[in-house]
Ligand binder design. Structure first.
Ligand SMILES: O=C(O)CCC(=O)C(=O)O
Ligand SMILES: [Fe+2]
Length: 229
């Protein structure tokens, strides 16, 4: 975690609406998260995506207390992202500011009744996909999130690309496909971001999803920083 180039992350987020942190997790850590999928004691709920029209595939939300590694990961990624989020909110002229420490932001969520943990593991197999969506779970939203690819493209699966769309006001939408290797994290906006245009700063609406898996199995770890109602 010490070697992350946060300035590059911020530049990429501002230029493209997403940033990749290469090799955030080791191959071994990835394997451990994949194996954790089969431990029901670690999770508070399981979602079969087709039942809700979310796509095909499934995911599970971790229960509190989070596994120590995940707790540390969430708390460590948050502070530099909170600085970016605060600059974005200032640019978008939104009054909300995010505290420097994740525990203080979580206290704000919990005080508002958003008490359920949102980090999740996702599992896809051949034919599965994740429809474009936004991970909003209540009034309190931290505007950036991370998804970490736990599987190795080409070796474990084909297809299954991470996709972002950016809807600009009164304009056509732009898509971004994010190539990831095992252990890479993609940082992206939960639902909006500021873009500087010729007539000043405007807000664009963002969605993310995963294209259809052509073969194999794909697992992801999702780190969302607000909690859910
Ligand atoms: O599987 C993926 O790459 C996307 C996961 C996702 O939607 C999330 O982490 O919020
Ligand atoms: Fe998501």
């Amino acid at each position: 975690m010490a070697g992350i180039d946060w300035q590059q992350v911020e530049e990429d987020l501002n230029s493209y609406g997403c940033a990749v942190i290469p090799r955030l997790l080791s191959e071994r850590a990835c394997r451990e998260y994949v194996a954790a999928y089969d431990r029901p004691d670690l999770f508070r709920s399981r979602v079969i995506m087709a039942r809700h029209g979310f796509g095909e595939g499934e995911y599970q939300y971790f229960a509190y207390p989070l596994p120590a590694h995940l707790q540390r990961l969430r708390a460590t990624l948050y502070p530099p992202l909170a600085q970016i989020a605060n600059r974005w909110y200032a640019a978008m002229e939104i009054a909300t500011r995010f505290p420097a420490a994740h525990e203080d932001f979580i206290a704000r969520c919990h005080a508002a009744g958003q008490t359920r943990p949102t980090p999740l593991l996702l599992r896809y197999q051949e034919g599965d996909y994740n429809c474009l969506h936004q991970d909003l779970y209540g009034e309190h939203v931290f505007p950036l999130q991370a998804a970490i690819l736990l599987s190795q493209p080409d070796q474990d699966f084909t297809g299954g690309e991470f996709v972002l769309t950016e809807q600009r006001p009164r304009m056509q939408s732009r898509a971004e496909v994010v190539p990831l290797q095992q252990g890479d994290a993609v940082i992206f906006p939960v639902f909006h971001r500021p873009v500087t245009g010729t007539r000043g700063i405007y807000r664009v609406n963002m969605r993310h999803g995963v294209s259809r898996l052509r073969s194999g199995h794909r697992h992801t770890l999702g780190v969302i920083f607000h909690d859910a109602e």
